[in-house]
Ligand binder design. Structure first.
Ligand code: SF4
Length: 560
């Protein structure tokens, strides 16, 4: 099986020292990316670690496909215990950092302990520098990148950093890279902030050699030549369809369609797009650099989820307003989905939907934990009672845009995902939208036959995250292509995904997360039976826990 190569680098902030160790056995069983991050996190983070304390460990990882020139590989992974969900969580960012990370020669870089002063960490193939950067306290993401460019000559493509939101430990703060790309969901920016790290840079000339089969060129050629709507409109291209099927969360989830969708849909975004946007090596180029000169806003996106969270869910029908919110979140280092949803919760509590000035003010207040922003920075799950609104989260993670009340398998996926209410964990929505060809797709409503399919999709997406292969490659991949790319039988590759999901679940079980947490804030017909079936397919107990001593095929160990 093709997998990442290179040792693990541990950066100990308290001791100001580094260690390297051989983790070949982990790489062989877990490939790279989220697989390696999950295995290391599971085995090395104490089960009772405070997400914002020194015992939490944050690990960055790439996969073997970052050694290819294939489209869909400009991404990488970060894993830690999430301050938002309280579970082991991996987050995946695009942009251009993955190649610079690989050039350091490490397969994984783990940040442990905490610093008593604000630091920038510089990781190269020749060593690690700990740089005190007290003057960067409170700096925005662009200001931080500018400092690194001026003082170290490194572009933002070498930088992972946090803005004020991460420093202030906002529970949904992002780690930003390439300035506008985010390890967004789950608050890993707050983990870095709690450790006293403002920025990490990666540079070198020691990328390991991994021979990737010629299939990569076939996929790359097709990605370059295929006429695909995502190349023009990115993920927001699905908004009209979602709205048509009553599947667009609006007015803080109180409605499922939005009369102003035309102002924030794919066409609206395309009109503001001024050039192509992509991640390293990717000819699919689905990113959305947008600007509006009259409003003085330039950003990347909004993606569909952002157009929902800061658009329909906030009662905003003008894409320029959504762009402003998007830009502000990127500048302060905030996850656009959770920030938009949390702001929308506040708008619901005050009956102030559609007030863009208030929205921008709230984003600033959240990032700086000022006034009501200090409350909102805790996330919907912790504050919904104070606001007097519904708790539209699973395991503390607020919902993405794909509507589980219409796409029932996606609803089940939100419920059981170890990451909580997140759409990328299984991307089950992509099976259920009516545009999916009949032989591959499933009817959106109903749960019959879906638990088994969901397990397979979770495993496949975990494999992609281990690879690391972007999930938007889905129209270009097949079991044969996975087998060719990774040099292994498809079932064996899915078993890697299975091990990843199971280790996340086992870790989370140890933190008290079980069936009681696999819940939705709405009813789906047949939900409890589907939950039983999902656990049965996974071989778990009916309380949603991994059985004692249960080890998935090939897993190193899922025991304490
Ligand atoms: S498909 Fe889009 S998100 Fe994925 S790697 Fe390519 S440009 Fe990046």
């Amino acid at each position: 099986m093709i997998h990442s190569k290179g040792p693990l680098l541990t950066v100990d902030l308290g001791e100001r020292e580094t260690r390297t160790e051989d983790i070949d056995d982990v790489l062989e069983s877990f490939i790279g990316g989220r697989g390696v991050g999950t295995k290391l996190g599971h085995d090395r983070i104490p089960f009772d670690a405070d997400p914002l304390g020194p015992d939490n460990r944050l690990v960055f990882t790439t996969g073997p496909m970052q050694m290819s020139t294939m489209s869909f590989t400009g991404r990488m992974n970060a894993t830690a215990v999430s301050p938002l969900t309280d579970g082991l969580l991996s987050s995946n960012a695009g942009g251009f950092m993955s190649r610079n990370f690989a050039d350091t020669g490490y397969s994984a870089v783990e940040i442990v302990g905490e610093s008593d002063e604000t630091l920038a960490i510089h990781v190269t193939d020749e060593g690690v520098e700990f740089e005190p950067v007290a003057d960067l306290a409170g700096a925005t993401v662009p200001e931080t990148c500018e400092y690194i460019e001026e003082t170290h000559g490194l572009s933002s493509e070498h930088v992972a950093c946090i803005g004020p939101a991460g420093e202030n430990e906002v529970r949904f703060a992002s780690i930003m890279t390439t300035e506008e790309r985010a390890f967004g969901r789950g608050g890993l920016g707050a983990v870095l902030g709690a450790k006293g790290v403002k920025a990490i840079t990666f540079e070198g000339d020691a990328a390991p050699e991994i021979e990737i089969p010629a299939t990569q060129m076939e996929i790359h050629r097709e990605a370059a030549t295929e006429d695909h709507i995502m190349k023009r409109q990115g993920t927001v291209s699905v908004m009209d369809l979602a709205n048509e099927i009553d599947g667009l969360p609006s007015y803080y989830f109180s409605e499922q369609s939005f009369e102003g969708a035309e102002g924030i849909n794919g066409d609206a975004v395309e009109q503001k797009k001024y050039k192509k946007g992509t991640c390293s090596a990717c000819a699919f180029a689905c990113k959305l650099p947008t600007r509006d000169e009259a409003a003085g806003v330039e950003t990347e996106g909004p993606e569909f989820e952002t157009a929902m969270a800061f658009g329909s869910n906030a009662g905003i029908d003008d894409i320029v307003d959504v762009m402003k919110s998007n830009e502000l979140c990127d500048r302060y280092g905030l996850d656009t989905i959770s920030t938009g949803n949390t702001v929308s919760a506040y708008l619901a509590s005050e009956d102030e939907f559609g007030d863009e000035e208030l929205i921008l003010d709230l984003v600033e207040k959240i990032a700086n934990r000022e006034g009501v922003g200090d409350t909102l920075a805790e996330g919907i799950d912790r504050i919904h009672d104070d606001l007097g609104v519904g708790n539209w989260t699973v395991k503390g993670m607020d919902f993405a845009a794909h509507e589980g009340r219409v796409l029932h398998g996606q609803g089940l996926s939100y419920a059981v995902a170890n990451r909580g209410g997140d759409h990328m964990y299984a991307t089950f929505y992509s099976v259920e939208y009516p545009l999916v060809p009949k032989e591959e797709g499933m009817a959106p409503r109903g749960l019959e036959g879906k638990p088994e399919r969901l397990v397979k999709r979770e495993n496949l997406m975990a494999l992609n995250d281990a690879g690391v292969v972007c999930k938007f490659s889905r129209d270009f991949m097949s079991p044969e292509r996975y087998e060719s790319l990774f040099g292994a039988d498809f079932e064996d590759l899915l078993a890697v995904g299975d091990r990843i999901v199971e280790l996340e679940r086992h870790f989370n079980n140890k933190r008290g997360i079980d069936r009681e947490a696999d819940r939705l804030p709405y009813d789906l017909p047949g939900f409890e039976d589907a939950l039983d079936e999902y656990y049965a397919v996974r071989g778990w107990n009916d309380d949603g826990t991994v059985p004692d001593g249960h080890v998935s095929p090939g897993a190193a160990s899922a025991d304490d």
